[in-house]
Design a protein around this ligand. Sequence first.
Ligand code: FAD
Length: 317
Amino acid sequence: MKVTEHIEQAQGKTLFSFEIIPPKKGSSIQELYDNIDPLMEFNPPFIDVTTSREEYIYIEREGLLEKKITRMRPGTLGICAAIAHKYNVDTVPHVLCGGFTKEETEYLMVDCHYLGLDNVMALRGDAMKEQQYFEPTKGGHNYAVGLVEQLRDMNCGQYLNDRVESKNCADFCIGVAGYPEKHLEAPSIKNDLRRLKEKIDAGAHYVVTQMFFDNQKYFEFVEMARAEGINVPIIPGIKPLAVERHLQLLPQVFNLDLPQALIEAVEGCKNNKEVREVGIEFCIQQSKELMEFGVPVLHYYSMGKSDNIKAIASALF
Ligand code: FAD
């Protein structure tokens, strides 16, 4: 079922969902199940599975270093299919512009269609670790809007080089990313919102936000988005702060501000066990306020660990 259909069916009740990251290459999928199992009692209607950018590694050969490209966490589509099958839940693969040609994307989406996946999150992807800025892949899309257009065309039976007239063509529900505190590269929030509107106009059906810790930023973002003519569901993506290092890391990587009260609470902790507790309590209060606001879904970034998400969900759902 589509994410938007789940939202409609809930009739104003806030749903619980979460995002997982594929395990490192060579790991067992059981690790993933062990982290998903404790969260299934909260009835997530859908689970997102991220896709990681490829990266360069250097292999020593005859005294020389050979530069090779690899993907450390492959398997997004396989994991989506495995989870959907095991838990009877909808899964949302993240599909990137970066690292994929348009043809590769087309074949990936054909597989999604055959696997019965109804939803897809269309993203540009970040720059590779070695790059300062995002560099489009040769034969791929420059921005997420291009990917949304490709998916929309597939929904109409229009493939890259063929038109297929069929009653069984794909009908993907397309999600895109939104940034309550502005995307890192955007010259202004207003400009970023216009870009978001372009993605909706191109055929996206819902938005999931980047994580934020100050609900006011989300409320203002929703207001500005509505004023811009963006009328699709805007799902808040949130994450409990979990270790002291997050005080530096999260603002740096995700271009966000942390509330002073949270910073001071973390600084007052003796160890990371206490920080984790502070993060959980903060996230429960943040989630409660978002629920009161009437958000359609609370979407948690689990980062592969479920104990804190379970503690939060237990207090709310
Ligand atoms: P876009 O919408 O293409 O925007 C990127 C930037 O370009 C913005 O600054 C925008 O304002 C600007 N822009 C857009 N269109 C144009 C245009 N036509 N001309 C000029 N400027 C333009 N990353 C991963 O690698 N894997 C994941 O699984 C993943 N999942 C994510 C899930 C969510 C909910 C979110 C919020 C982010 C996720 N990301 C993921 C990170 C995401 O890939 C990065 O934030 C990336 O830098 C931007 O992606 P986007 O889809 O928002 O890009």
